[in-house]
Design a protein around this ligand. Sequence first.
Ligand code: NAP
Ligand code: MG
Length: 407
Amino acid sequence: MKNKIAMDKPVVEMDGDEMTRVMWAWVKEKLLEPYIDLKTEYYDLHVINRDKTDDKVTFQAAEAVKKWGVGIKCATITPNAERVKEFNLKKEWPSPNGTIRKILDGTVFRSPIPVKIVKPAVRFWNKPIVVARHAFGDIYDGVGLRFDEPGTAEIIYRSVSGKEIKVNYPKFNGPGMLQGVYNIDKSIEGFARASFRYAIMNKLDLWFATKDTISKVYDARFKEIFNQIYEKEFKEEFAKNNISYNYFLIDDAVARVVRSEGGYVWACKNYDGDVFSDMVSTAYVGTLALMTSELFSPEGYYLSEAAHGTVQKHYYKYIKGEKVSSNPTALIYAWTRGLKRRGEIDGNKELVEFSETLEKAVIKTIEDEKIMTQDVARIAEIKDAKVVYSEEFIDAVQKTLNKLIAK
Ligand code: NAP
Ligand code: MG
């Protein structure tokens, strides 16, 4: 074996729960530590440790990402009442992803990991479609009320300096309900910059869509902010990279997505992103274990993770001694993307190359060796798939990786 690849600065490692915690350890032991002198600053986000530290560990982990720039996160349990009982927790701690996202103020980019033996449900798609979701405001932080008689309503904005702006709803002629939503320029600007940067980094066109013809104040402001930032900060770099920025109406965008061949970033408002990221991922690869999920903050902080949860059902079988076929691909990609980012920031070419080779090894193992986990075999278009357990899959990837490195 050659010398291990050295790392200059650490990545922030956030360990997690259940089956993903088990696979996390295997990935490190078999696919990373034999090749890299792995430097990590470790935070244990195991639900019991979050409980023990009153969730402080989650905040410390997010702060550490601000210090080191790159974090890699395992899936974690978001406790509900059942989980509180199961682990005897002090309370229903909030979602670690929510906490971390709030601290880093990032945009999440989800992209399919295409493998040739899994055909997208939309037959034209042959390049990835990355959905970027603006995870702030709109209906997710809106207010609503129901009324039971005809009546009127208005929205009044009062500024700190005492200004007042007022708009009226149309008159209500019977019982009904109303809703008020908001967003903040600064958050939209961060979302826009993250989207433009991601497009440049990955040399992909950027699409953004709203319904500004109908929502003449709200959606129109999104469009305006995107346009201004593009013109001022990114137009030249887009031209240099031979990529384009395209604004559409959201219904037009949906139609275009379906008849496109892929190969772009689709930046979505909060609700659109919620809905279309699930639609695109299911139609593209059919399993969340073949998706990457990366968070970029306006300040350039970065976090990669798997798009799926802790695969609880498989874990319960696993601790009973049964072998399970959970797919570690998205976890492996969380590591490769994070290490690649570390390498790019630090100018560590070897680390970047290793990350790319490990991704190739995963794809080759599935496409050429036809070795895969149950979830992929279920949707693959081949008859002679070799279905293996999680650890066997990781071993097979290691074999392929060794062959690629020896070349
Ligand atoms: P999940 O862990 O994503 O699993 C749901 C189902 O999807 C599994 O039962 C399995 O289907 C399939 N699946 C997901 N990942 C897979 C993989 N790597 N390989 C093979 N199949 C996979 O969602 P959940 O069961 O609803 O949630 C479990 C826990 O995860 C919850 O406590 C939740 O709070 C947490 N969660 C965390 C995150 C995160 O940290 N980002 C995200 C979502 C959920 P089959 O059973 O049909 O094989
Ligand atoms: Mg959703």
